[in-house]
Design a protein around this ligand. Structure first.
Ligand SMILES: Cc1cc2nc3c(=O)[nH]c(=O)nc-3n(C[C@H](O)[C@H](O)[C@H](O)COP(=O)(O)OP(=O)(O)OC[C@H]3O[C@@H](n4cnc5c(N)ncnc54)[C@H](O)[C@@H]3O)c2cc1C
Length: 327
């Protein structure tokens, strides 16, 4: 396996970090060293990396801002790929593509207009939102305050009570498991609660959004209001991954957890937030094991007390890796 991983280190135009602590790349600030963290600097470098991964049969996982994942404590024999360093030829999220460029793609088939924004998957969602606000484009500002890359937000169908990323979506560009580039229009996707319905082993490359013209000052005000609401209701002082569980139909996971008397309950430095019971916060030195134990304890208590099976919103990273057999 050593030789296999080493072969990936020589692919041109890919920034490689060996034994990189994942705690540096997750918002929980938890995670041990991963064998290789790879950041391709161009689309062709990404394709070369994925071709080599497929050929060598190495497992890999995509990572965005790491804001919805729990990374393992132990050293991990894995390639983690981040798209943050991609730029140049496909826009890095700052490109308003003229409709002519989209017209060549029948799957996308957007109407002609000035209000299409294309964003590469490694673009930070907050940069995309800032770009839209500055250009008076409405449709994504409801996601203000969600820490994400565009790729992660699309994969998870990030949403808030003010809007979902799937709403203004026109199409997603991705690489499928065979490494073929595909474009899926909004109609071909099946967005749901924290899912876009994409296969686990695809690589999201970017997406096109259709937005609406709007007064810039109104959008700015809206973003400030949303951020203020988040500051008031969310425990943003501590590292976390946001909500841990999905809300069961017709109920709030946080309310059930609070009712079960678990608010403030801790294992090690992992604590069920006193401010928002559906959040687990890292009060300093929490490990993935502490957090996972707290998640399991919560699931058991809620099932025992209310007969409700909580579904996890956060993703346990070492359960997600793609083995060569899956690719
Ligand atoms: C403080 C805080 C507040 C939050 N509030 C919200 C909220 O209001 N609403 C909400 O929906 N979420 C919220 N979240 C959760 C999280 O921000 C979202 O789920 C976000 O969309 C994850 O994006 P990411 O780039 O960090 O993805 P990651 O967490 O890095 O990854 C999530 C999943 O996407 C996959 N993935 C990432 N990039 C790609 C890619 N390019 N191609 C294929 N797969 C990929 C990963 O493999 C993983 O399965 C919050 C989190 C925090 C820490």
């Amino acid at each position: 396996m050593n030789e296999t991983f080493r072969a990936l280190e020589s692919i041109p135009d890919v920034e490689i970090r060996k034994d990189e602590p994942l705690a540096r790349h997750t918002t929980f600030r938890v995670g041990g060293p991963v064998r290789l963290l790879a950041r391709p600097r161009s689309e062709s470098a990404l394709f070369a990396l994925l071709d080599a991964i497929r050929e060598l049969g190495v497992p890999f996982v995509m990572l965005g801002e790491g804001s919805n994942v729990l990374a393992p404590d132990e050293p991990w024999e894995m390639v983690v790929i981040q798209l943050h360093a991609l730029g140049g030829e496909w826009g890095r999220g700052k490109t308003v593509l003229p409709p002519a460029q989209l017209a060549g793609n029948p799957a996308a088939a957007p109407a002609a207009g000035e209000n299409f924004v294309y964003a590469g998957a490694g673009t930070r969602l907050r940069d995309l939102i800032r770009f839209c606000v500055e250009n008076g484009l409405q449709g994504l500002e409801g996601l203000a305050g969600v820490p994400a890359t565009v790729g992660g937000a699309l994969f998870m169908n990030a949403s808030t009570s003010f809007g979902a990323i799937s709403a203004p979506l026109v199409h997603i560009d991705l690489l499928d498991a065979e490494g073929s580039k595909r474009t899926l229009s909004r109609q071909e996707l099946s967005p749901g609660y924290r899912t876009m319905g994409l296969p686990q082993n695809c690589v999201v490359l970017g997406a096109c959004f259709e937005l609406r013209p709007c007064e810039r000052s109104m959008l700015q005000k809206r973003v400030e209001e949303i951020l203020e609401k988040r500051r008031k209701s969310q425990p943003l002082r501590y590292p976390s991954a946001g909500s841990v569980f999905k809300n069961p139909a017709g109920q709030f996971a946080g309310a059930l957890i609070e009712k079960a008397g678990l608010k403030g309950f801790s294992i090690g430095d992992a604590q069920i937030s006193k401010k928002h019971a559906n959040w687990i916060v890292n009060r300093g030195t929490a490990t993935a094991r502490d957090i996972l134990e707290l998640i399991e304890k919560t699931e058991n208590e809620i099932f025992g007390s209310f007969g409700v099976r909580l579904e996890r919103e956060i993703r346990i990273l070492d359960q997600l890796y793609r083995s060569p057999a899956q690719c």
